[in-house]
Design a protein around this ligand. Structure first.
Ligand code: ZN
Length: 467
């Protein structure tokens, strides 16, 4: 732990409590990571429920009130409150406890749900996204309790188990429970630092539109000698459809796709250009032959401020070893768009569906199905809540944050800002190269420690919100 010696970032008794509990806090994270709460796989539904109970137990142990594991159509939401600061602002704290699937398993150094620490990193599925950050929030309260303090703001916790699978249950629950969620601001910890471990506040997040394209021709695969030349081929039809959606120039051809994209001002482009970012190092870090995307936009702009279209998976016909002479009966693709303010996922889906219908050949039947969507969001850097978060970072790190636009999506951000009308502060503690959603996901122990201190300080800084 390196601390600025000039001014203590947090109360001395709280700091002492944190210093005394570092092993225990790390142990708690390890225990939590061992629960394989993969929301996308039905076989893990029980594990997701176990992870929810794990959190609820900890919240009760922290004397939170109204602790509830809310049943939904899919995975539970964990709710709890620590409202002990009469008259102070109320802050909604959001993290998610579900994780991404772990395949390809053979690329993991060890089993994904058997976390270990090496070279200052905690490795395991969910360490960075997002269990590590959730545990930091619990640990911040634990340290305050140990020091005999109460948080300077009223905290309402919402921990979700479906973030990696579309958040559908959460939207309905948010709509149905405005009273439980009454607050002055939302703090979401599911983002991270910038390049080189620079502390950051994320001001922009991309939204998402996820869909499936199914190309059907007949009941079963056909003999390519007996039928080749007489029927269409669903796999080729699908390839044509995909090629029509996005050009080699990186531009998406969905009608109206760019109409609602907020243009970057010159000042915004200059701020992005000023961020320390090495495109070649970025390329090398993922070991691709070259970077690719829309011309006239920098990599950082393409990653955070421009929308995309991608194929997430495609399958059709014979995929075993050797050869099988068939014409596939059908072909399928999972596709998605990352969206930026002010694009609307349903409008983008409608455009995609129309484009696909327009280019689908008549020898096959093509359907496009909406799987899930989430709106993009953008939060002003000069909002008092954003400024409070910047002060908390500065106190712990001895320098202010950079402001970034993240390429990822946390659809719930727009649910809080659009459904509840609350300002959202995205303050997170993972590094951009943490392998979230990939094998060997990791979190720096140092960020786990400092992040917890930033959270402790944040509650003090937010106490003046609205003054
Ligand atoms: Zn996440």
């Amino acid at each position: 732990m390196t601390q600025s010696p000039a001014a203590p970032a947090i109360d001395a008794a709280v700091e002492a409590a944190l210093a005394a509990s570092s092993e225990e806090r790390l142990g708690a994270l390890m225990e939590f990571v061992r629960i394989p709460s993969i929301s996308a796989l039905p076989a893990h539904a029980g594990d997701v429920a176990d992870a929810a109970e794990w959190i609820a137990d900890r919240l009760r142990g922290l004397d939170a009130t109204d602790v509830e594991v809310v049943k939904t159509a899919l995975h539970p939401i964990v709710y709890g409150r620590i409202h002990e600061a009469p008259g102070a602002p109320t802050i909604l704290v959001y993290c998610h406890y579900d994780v991404q699937p772990v395949d390809p398993l053979d690329l993991w150094e060890t089993a994904p749900f058997e976390p270990f620490v090496r070279d200052g990193r905690i490795v395991g599925r969910g360490t960075a996204d997002d269990k590590g950050q959730l545990v930091m929030h619990l640990a911040a309260i634990e340290a305050l309790r140990a020091a005999g303090k109460v948080p300077a703001v009223n905290l309402t916790f919402v921990f979700e188990g479906e973030e990696e699978y579309g958040s559908e249950s959460l939207y309905d629950w948010i709509d149905a429970n405005p009273d439980k969620l009454r607050a002055d601001a939302v703090v979401i910890s599911d983002t991270g630092y910038f390049e080189g471990n620079l502390p950051a506040i994320t001001v922009g997040l991309r939204g998402i539109m996820y869909a499936q394209i199914d190309v059907m021709m007949c009941q079963f695969d056909l003999h390519s000698g007996m039928y080749g030349g007489t029927v269409d081929n669903p796999a080729i039809a699908l390839a044509r459809i995909i090629a029509a959606i996005k050009g080699a120039d990186g531009r998406v051809r969905i009608p109206g796709f760019y109409d609602d994209v907020r243009t970057l001002s010159e000042a915004e482009r200059a701020a992005i250009a000023a961020l320390p970012f090495d495109e070649e190092a970025f390329r090398a870090s993922i070991d691709v032959p070259e970077l690719h995307g829309e011309a006239d936009w920098s990599v950082l702009e393409r990653k955070g401020a421009r929308p995309t279209f991608d194929v997430n998976g495609m399958w059709s016909g014979f995929q075993g070893d050797g050869a099988k002479t068939i014409i596939p009966a059908h072909a399928h693709a999972k596709v998605s768009c990352r969206l930026v303010a002010d694009q609307d996922p349903e409008k983008v889906f409608a455009g995609l569906r129309d484009l696909v219908a327009g280019v689908a050949p008549s020898g096959v039947e093509v359907t496009t199905t909406y799987i899930h969507g989430g709106s993009p969001s953008l939060t002003p850097t000069d909002h008092p809540a954003t400024r409070a978060a910047a002060r908390a970072i500065e106190a712990v790190y001895g320098r202010g944050p950079v402001y970034i636009r993240d390429g990822g999506s946390i659809p719930v951000t727009s649910a809080f800002d659009r459904q509840l009308g609350l300002p959202v502060v995205l303050i997170g503690f993972a590094q951009p190269t943490c392998n979230a959603h990939a094998p060997n996901e990791w979190l720096l122990v140092d960020n786990f420690e400092r992040g917890t201190r930033v959270i402790v300080r944040l509650w003090d800084e937010l106490a003046t919100l609205g003054d």
